[in-house]
Design a protein around this ligand. Structure first.
Ligand SMILES: [Zn+2]
Length: 270
């Protein structure tokens, strides 16, 4: 079945992964800017990273017929460095009109600190001024519920931000409801250890329906599985869900969400 992985960090994955994704039916990936595993020292480091996301990965993906999209920001962990964060935010407009860029992300919170909140709001301001989509990382484990609430308050507190142009990612059982009620899209991340398993994500689709819901692997350099979306498809198939219903979550929904970006140029292979 054709699908899209709307959140995967291909910079951390080997080229063979593109081949496996393509063979499993992956038509496109979207890659948010994230933490590199270490704090970067200067804005030039981010400039090179944004070149990677907008120039290098699209070419690597295209070799396998996979379309590559990306998102730009400084992530929540590095937002503690407010001066650097502001330099990065000021540099984003240089890259925002590259053809594969979908918007600002993955911004969000990590430890729910005042500096993270400050930089989150400044990213939202940039997104509002540039009329861009927003992809939001929510914190892990014990910080998740409070962080998601803080994020929704900040998103809803800026009247210029349209909720249907925001995706709240890494939702779980206790955060999916508030995010959907706020009118945002949600992403469920299928992780082998933390976050959602394919079975838990399938339960959530059965409970909340498929409207404004996407699933992703968030594959990166940590324990993660780039083949997680096909596992989710298999889980729904085994539960007796029909092709069109499954396709809505893993293919139609990402296209609808991404389609709100004025640059979005879909080149479907078939
Ligand atoms: Zn991520």
């Amino acid at each position: 079945m054709k699908y899209i992985d709307p959140h995967i960090h291909m910079i951390s994955r080997i080229t063979d992964d593109y081949e496996r994704l393509a063979m499993a039916g992956c038509a496109a990936v979207s890659e948010p800017a994230f933490w590199a595993g270490f704090d970067r020292g200067s804005v030039e480091s981010f400039r090179d990273y944004f070149r990677h996301l907008t120039e290098v990965e699209p070419k690597r993906a295209a070799q396998f017929g996979v379309q590559h999209f990306s998102w730009l920001c400084i992530n929540a962990k590095e937002a503690e460095n407010v001066a650097l964060s502001r330099e990065v935010i000021a540099m984003i407009p240089e890259f925002i009109d590259k053809p594969n860029v979908l918007g600002i992300g993955e911004i969000g919170l990590n430890k729910n600190t005042p500096n993270e909140s400050r930089i989150f709001v400044e990213h939202l301001d940039l997104a509002a001024k540039l009329d861009e989509l927003v992809l939001v990382h929510t914190p892990h484990l014990e910080d998740k519920y409070k962080g998601t609430r803080m994020i929704l308050d900040m998103v809803c507190g800026d009247s210029r931000i349209k909720r249907e142009r925001v995706c709240i990612d890494h939702v779980e059982e206790h955060t999916i409801g508030p995010a959907l009620e706020a009118g945002c899209w949600v992403g469920m991340t299928l992780y082998p250890v933390t976050k959602c398993t394919p079975a838990r994500a399938a339960d959530l689709v059965e409970k909340y329906g498929s409207q404004r819901v996407m699933v992703n692997s968030a594959g990166d350099w940590g324990p993660s599985n780039p083949m997680a979306v096909p596992q989710f498809i298999q889980e729904l198939k085994l539960r007796g869900h029909g092709e069109s219903e499954i396709s809505r979550v893993v293919y139609d929904n990402p296209l609808t969400f991404f389609g709100q970006c004025r640059r979005f140029n879909w080149q479907s292979a078939g």
